[in-house]
Design a binder for this molecule. Structure first.
Ligand code: SIN
Length: 435
């Protein structure tokens, strides 16, 4: 066996699983196609991560998740997140890994607001929370022996004896995953990494869409590999469009965090008229799907190319610069000063609420294959994800998958199916034609 557990992907979900497994004495190999281990969907998240509000209770968070999920949220998954999430944020992110979350003037964690939350319960690091979390996790990993990270390695196929073993009898037992074939993009060769257990933590698929908030690496390869191996995918039609990405001819769809609306920004037509009140009683803080659809409707009905997001009229310039330094600077690079002018915005693909179907421990329908984070579907998000649940879901399910694997470790080792797994055969494989 090359490693005890192979983790594909190095965002918060993969790191959370790796840390818990290694702390429990297992050897972990984590592969990422990126050049730097921290480059991931997590790294680009802006708004924040749910912690707990004053007078908050798990049932209040569950209610918000279910309301945003439009009747399709799986209640046990929401329950797990609400009960375990805040504790893991405190123990792992705040105390252990020491993520530099913002502290307010009272010396407490600064709580921000995002759409469809019934209270302020989200903690953040300025407007680059994902970067702060991911950097802290990756810097912490070397303190825990047993985690080996391979960068520039893109997983291309999950190893399932049913599909890859030369033994014809391997077709009959239930499908198991015994690792992955992984392409070393520097040396241009495919290696085989065998493992007792494999965890998919490959993030999302935004690059399938023309306009997306996702980074270039979000190409959906995890879903494709899992599907080819026989995993069940569900809810793939529940794609979430983020209402506010920067509209500029030279910008990729740069995210303007929902926390900008959480802190008081108002959506207006290009003529300067607020319009959200006519779509939902919560106005600009309605659930994300409602806001994205409302913007789309305004654009289609009136032929607007974009709508405006106005914070300048509601917040002091100095406060805007302090609260949203990264968004402020990025907009300035495109000639837009958000301390003075509204930002032109349009919706763009943001998050896949569906994915590889997993249970409450991250187990897929394939033996020895887990999926955690965006690539998975726990049912938590239903048809529309509540803001700032994605980093938390990765943290919680990464940890839960690791706990399950450790608890059942003897079974994984003793029942390992003795199928010969061939090296990757690349006869007929050609260099792709560059786009
Ligand atoms: C945002 O900052 O608006 C994104 C947060 C999220 O996707 O939960």
């Amino acid at each position: 066996m090359d490693t005890d557990v192979l983790i594909i992907g190095s965002g918060v979900a993969g790191c959370s699983a790796a840390l818990e497994l290694a702390k429990r004495g297992l050897q972990v190999t984590m592969v990422t196609k990126a050049d730097r281990p921290e480059e991931s969907n997590t790294y680009h998240a802006q708004g924040g991560i749910i912690y707990k509000g004053k007078q908050d209770r798990p049932e209040l968070l569950v209610r918000d998740i279910e309301e945003a999920g439009a009747g399709a949220t799986w209640p046990p998954a929401a329950q797990v997140l609400a009960e375990e999430g805040p504790h893991l944020v405190e123990e792992i992110l705040i105390k252990e890994v020491k993520v530099p979350f913002n502290i307010n003037e009272e010396g407490e964690l600064d709580l921000t607001e995002e759409a469809a939350h019934s209270m302020r319960r989200i903690i953040h690091s300025d407007d680059f929370t994902g970067k702060a979390i991911e950097t802290a996790l990756i810097q912490y990993i070397p303190h825990i022996p047993g985690i080996h990270i391979l960068t520039n390695h893109v997983a291309i196929d999950l190893i399932t004896p049913e599909h890859h073993s030369p033994d014809p009898l391997a077709t009959y037992p239930p499908t198991s995953c015994l690792g992955a074939y992984v392409f070393n993009t520097k040396e241009k060769k495919v290696i085989k990494i065998t493992a007792y257990v494999t965890i998919l933590a490959t993030g999302g698929m935004g690059q399938v869409f023309l306009h997306t908030t996702n980074p270039d690496g979000a190409t959906g390869d995890g879903y494709a590999m899992a599907y080819r191996a026989g995993a069940k995918l569900i809810n793939m039609e529940y794609t979430q469009f983020h209402p506010t990405t920067l509209f500029h001819k030279d910008a990729k769809r740069f995210l303007i965090s929902e926390s900008v609306r959480g802190e008081g920004a108002i959506l207006k037509t290009p003529k300067g008229e607020p319009f959200m009140e006519k779509y939902h009683p919560l106005g600009c803080l309605a659930p994300r799907d409602v806001v994205a659809r409302a913007i789309h409707e305004e654009m289609v009905e009136h032929g607007y190319k974009y709508v405006l997001l106005d914070l300048a009229s509601y917040m002091e310039p100095e406060r805007i610069r302090r609260r949203f330094p990264m968004i402020h600077e990025t907009c300035l690079n495109y000639g837009i000063d958000m301390t003075k002018d509204p930002i032109p915005v349009v919706p763009a693909f943001h998050f896949s609420c569906g994915g590889v179907k997993v249970d409450l421990w991250g187990k897929t329908n394939i033996n020895r294959l887990f999926a955690v984070g965006e690539v998975s579907c726990t049912g938590l998000h239903g048809a529309n994800r509540l803001a700032s649940t994605s980093l938390l879901e990765g943290l919680v399910w990464g940890n839960r998958a690791a706990r399950w694997i450790h608890q059942h470790w003897k079974e994984y080792v003793n029942e390992y199916p003795p199928h010969p797994i061939p090296e990757w055969i690349d006869t007929g494989v050609e260099e792709p034609i560059p786009p």
